[in-house]
Ligand binder design. Structure first.
Ligand SMILES: [Ca+2]
Length: 493
């Protein structure tokens, strides 16, 4: 196998879901260290203060104006004189030629341009497999570790803070072939309980271990937790099984690295143990007979109708935010769909939040995305080192300077956005509530297509972050060495 082929294999099997990262190193609080430069004063961004250390090139001079062909995902054309575009052009002595490609035909239209040799200097690439493909086709060019350290020190620091391994997925041989993104990782699926049911069957604390969970689920089936005099409730349906597998440290639908080899988790001995437990629960009628078709009966996929309608009392269905508690009074945050609908069906229902149950060997976990983003920015093959370095400086300033980021992503306070009632969160004004209006002014993802979690947290009510940590982040939750094919990623993750 050639080196390139084996690398592709690695990229394709790259970890999307590393389950041991539930709490990881990602800070949930804003980092005020980063927003030190104010763009209004025209001060130089952090990286610009550094001199070129390239031995083989003349010292760079930002006095030379460069035209940058710029392609991010665009919801609409950007005005030639958009304020943030002008601002960045002045700060960095560049002219942006911002490409607008109808997003519904992006692949086709971009493909035609690329094959005609029209290549943007910076472009979004939507998978690591595409990155490698574009490199092979001579469409993109990479950058070195030295260039990274010199021109994007702030971005490097930001990525490293969440997970230094993120860089691995953008590395090909001895160079980086894309700028990686940081995904919103770290939190597990919700482990939701009908707390009123627990109380009704005499359990006064949310179960922690698999044994305690089992006891509660049996009672949900056998002790009339909804007190209607009928045996019409079950412990759980299909989503709760994720937690049972987690209690044995596996997830059967993922690959696992075992003794240095990639093996399908479905055949591991731990999976067999988990399946034996589930078979017993099935035999004892604890799991709904309809578990095969799932607990969602159509409509919005994230709703657990079985939970909402009081048929089961335990679920991990949907994403964790679909179980967000009602924080309307505290932060203005609306409850998650499952919470809202459960209370609509039964206003006396109480929802409790547990952790993924701890199994016989101390393992626990469920699906917990890591911080490795799936989207990259890549430098077009026509971008000479001078252009590449200028772009890196721009990127580093945008992601290292809170005020600049705020101005470029959100725009001007009072015009493009206002603070929410909590005084922390930000809300688009009516005039700029639509993507194309934001694009016209060069906002949103025109210049900052990737998430900047630290800055986003600065605009998030601390109480919301606290609640997320309390309810959905379980340090150590994980399936050891679980891997999932990146290419198979879907909405259920
Ligand atoms: Ca009943």
């Amino acid at each position: 196998m050639s080196m390139k082929a084996s690398k592709w294999w690695f990229v394709c099997l790259a970890v999307v879901l590393v389950f041991s990262l539930a709490a990881c190193s990602g800070s949930k609080t804003g980092n005020s260290e980063q927003g030190t430069n104010t763009p209004e004063t025209g001060s130089t961004p952090p990286a610009e203060n550094q001199t070129s250390g390239e031995e083989n090139e003349p010292a760079e001079d930002d006095q030379k104006q460069l035209t940058l062909e710029w392609l991010t995902y665009q919801y609409g054309p950007v005005d030639e004189n958009a304020a943030v575009k002008k601002k960045l052009e002045e700060m960095f002595n560049v002219k942006f030629n911002i490409w607008y490609i109808d997003v519904t035909k992006r692949e086709e239209l971009l493909g035609a341009k690329l094959s005609a040799g029209e290549i943007p200097d910076l472009m979004t690439v939507y998978s690591s497999a595409d990155l490698v493909k574009f490199l092979d086709q001579g469409i993109i060019t990479g950058y070195t570790e030295e260039e990274l350290n010199q021109y994007m020190p702030n971005y490097k620091k930001l990525v490293d803070k969440y997970d230094p391994n993120i860089w691995k997925y953008a590395k090909f041989g001895d160079q980086y072939i894309g700028i990686p993104s940081i995904a919103d990782g770290g939190a597990s699926l919700a482990t939701a309980w009908r707390k009123d049911w627990l109380e009704n069957v005499g359990i006064d604390k949310i179960p922690v271990t698999l044994e305690e969970t089992e006891e509660a689920l049996y009672k949900f089936r056998n002790e009339d937790p909804d007190k209607n005099g009928k045996k019409d409730t079950y412990g759980m349906s299909v989503s709760g099984m994720t937690n049972v597998y987690g209690a044995y440290g596996v997830y059967p639908e993922f690959w696992t690295v075992r003794d240095g080899k990639m093996v399908w988790s479905g055949i591991l001995p731990e999976t067999k143990q988990a399946l034996a437990k589930l078979a017993q629960w099935k035999k004892d009628d604890i799991i709904t007979p309809e578990w095969v078709v799932g607990e969602n009966q159509g409509g919005y996929w994230a709703v657990s109708h079985d939970f909402v309608n009081g048929k089961i009392g335990y679920s991990t269905h949907g994403m964790n935010y679909h179980w967000n508690p009602d924080l309307t009074k505290e932060t203005g945050g609306a409850p998650g769909d499952n919470v809202k609908l459960t209370l609509e069906v039964n206003p006396d229902a109480k929802i409790g939040y547990g952790q993924p149950p701890i199994g016989p060997d101390g393992k626990f976990g469920n699906i917990t995305p890591d911080f490795v983003g799936t989207t990259y920015m890549a430098f077009g093959a026509n971008a000479d080192p001078e252009k590449k370095h200028r772009i890196m400086k721009i990127w580093d300033a945008l992601y290292g300077d809170f005020d600049l980021w705020l101005a470029v992503k959100w725009g001007e306070e009072g015009v493009h956005w206002e603070h929410g009632p909590d005084g922390v969160s930000v809300i688009r004004t009516e005039a700029y509530s639509q993507n194309d209006a934001q694009a016209k002014d060069g906002l949103n993802i025109t210049f900052v297509p990737f998430d900047q979690p630290d800055f986003r947290y600065q605009l998030t009510n601390p109480r919301s972050l606290e609640v997320r940590d309390e309810l959905f982040v379980w340090e150590g939750a994980g399936y050891s060495d679980a891997k999932k094919r990146r290419c198979l990623r879907n909405r259920s993750i």
